[in-house]
Design a protein around this ligand. Structure first.
Ligand code: GLC
Length: 433
């Protein structure tokens, strides 16, 4: 990449974060996603950290204004009304102020907080902020480990595809097929009017996922009742791995803050999830999501299948299997890492989480490979990611065959991945985990 392109991307990335900044939080993209999204903000904070530490901490602090009394941190905080998004606050029917959804999203925030802490120019200036955020992070992790794992199995439950952040992944095909739709919401959708419908989930998918929302509403959004009672209950491999990594990062922060009891609790949660991980390994050696109602594993590997490296629970055999899998995907597709196995019959290089490449997932996969000494794979993922941005802009996701940009434009987390990772040589590992 020429220095000129590098400069152009730097300027463009900063311009996007500034344009999407609503004062304390950042919208992923104004047209399609006009509120604060949970894991988007955790990644966006890393981008801000490269040039405005105060603003980076604020992104996380503002996200936690949406935290529920039971510890849950919602997928979306509706800080200000906007009528061009469906499903908005009324459709969710939750009681929190500011209004929020009733489901969570992958818990990246503790990893982001550690990223901010490790890069702080002067830690004494941000120690109080970390100390104030820590109990909130701990409460959220407790919600996952207790409310979303009421039997203490070591595997946490997601009850809605959007909770995984990988909305229409093949992982949800079988679990969602078992949900009998009771609502028909196609006419209410706005997303498929804002971007090309061939790049968005189908109406049938929306009917089923909104049926799950109705079920949870009928249970009064009670955490345990939802965990045990919804007609979709899956251990999502992505959330399981991201939580396990975030537990490790939160443990490091607990030690920094001298919170030994919390550190011991985190160590117990980590040991329990590590022991349960083998249940997610398919006979071919790849990791998959697990349908907790039927005991079935998901039908194919996805980009989440590389995240045990990021979580840090992969065994040496796993590392071998994952590097062969990554290389075999590059034999079929020039740009990594596709969100779904290219050999899967339902692979669709244009549709969201059924094929396209997402930069935040690439960032976590690269961290995992680098941490296990596979720097060549990590470097190739970074090169592919930078090439996609340089040729096609800060799009929401990309076609793994051509690098064509897809979905929304001017995307905050894509900009943040440039600023915090791709533009910074030698920054492959996210934190000291
Ligand atoms: C889509 C993605 C989700 C993301 C959101 C906002 O719904 O699937 O992961 O958080 O957009 O960018």
């Amino acid at each position: 990449m020429t220095p000129e392109t590098h400069r152009r991307l730097d300027q463009e990335a900063r311009r996007i974060l500034a344009a999407n900044d609503r004062g304390g939080y950042t919208v992923p993209n104004e047209r399609v996603y006009p509120f604060q999204w949970n894991w988007d903000s955790a990644f966006v904070a890393m981008g801000f950290a490269m040039f405005d530490e105060d603003r980076a901490w604020r992104e996380l602090e503002t996200l936690f204004l949406g935290q529920w009394a039971d510890g849950m941190v919602p997928s979306i905080v509706f800080h200000t009304p906007a009528d061009h998004y469906y499903p908005g606050p009324t459709a969710w029917g939750t009681r929190h102020q500011p209004p929020t959804t009733g489901i969570s999203q992958p818990p990246v925030a503790a990893t982001s907080a550690r990223f901010l802490w490790e890069r702080a120019v002067d830690r004494s200036l941000v120690r109080d902020r970390l100390a104030a955020l820590f109990p909130k992070l701990m409460a959220w992790h407790r919600w996952w480990h207790e409310t979303r794992d009421p039997d203490g199995s070591g595997l946490v439950t997601v009850t809605h595809p959007w909770e995984s952040g990988r909305d229409n992944s093949p992982d949800w095909d079988a679990p969602l097929a078992a949900v009998a739709p009771t609502v028909s919401v196609g006419a209410l959708r706005k997303d498929n009017k804002a971007v090309d419908p061939s790049e968005r989930p189908t109406d049938d998918f929306y009917d089923r996922v909104m049926t799950l929302v109705e079920e949870a509403k009928a249970l009064g959004w009670d955490g345990i009742a939802v965990s045990r009672g919804l007609s979709m209950r899956v251990c999502d491999l992505g959330v399981q791995c991201i939580l396990s990594r975030a537990d490790r990062d939160l443990l490091a922060l607990a030690e920094e803050l001298g919170r030994s009891e919390d550190a011991a609790t985190l160590a117990r949660w980590i040991a329990r999830s590590d022991a349960a991980a083998a249940r997610l390994r398919a006979p071919d050696g790849t990791y998959r999501s697990l349908d907790l109602r039927t005991g079935e594993l998901a039908p194919c590997p996805t980009s989440a299948s590389f995240l045990p490296l990021y979580a840090r629970f992969a065994t040496p055999d796993d590392v071998e299997a994952m590097s062969s899998l990554a290389r075999s995907w590059w034999d079929r597709l020039p740009y990594g890492v596709a969100s779904c196995d290219p050999g899967f019959p339902g692979f669709d290089p244009l549709r969201y989480w059924r094929g396209p490449v997402w930069l935040v997932v690439n960032r976590m996969i690269a961290d995992g490979f680098a941490a296990h000494g596979l720097d060549d794979i990590a470097a190739r993922i970074a090169d592919d990611s930078a090439a996609m941005l340089a040729t096609n802009g800060f799009r929401e996701y990309f076609d793994p065959r051509t690098a064509m940009g897809l979905g929304g434009h001017g995307f905050s987390w894509s900009a943040a991945m440039w600023l915090s990772w791709l533009s910074q040589p030698g920054s492959t590992r996210l934190t000291g985990a």
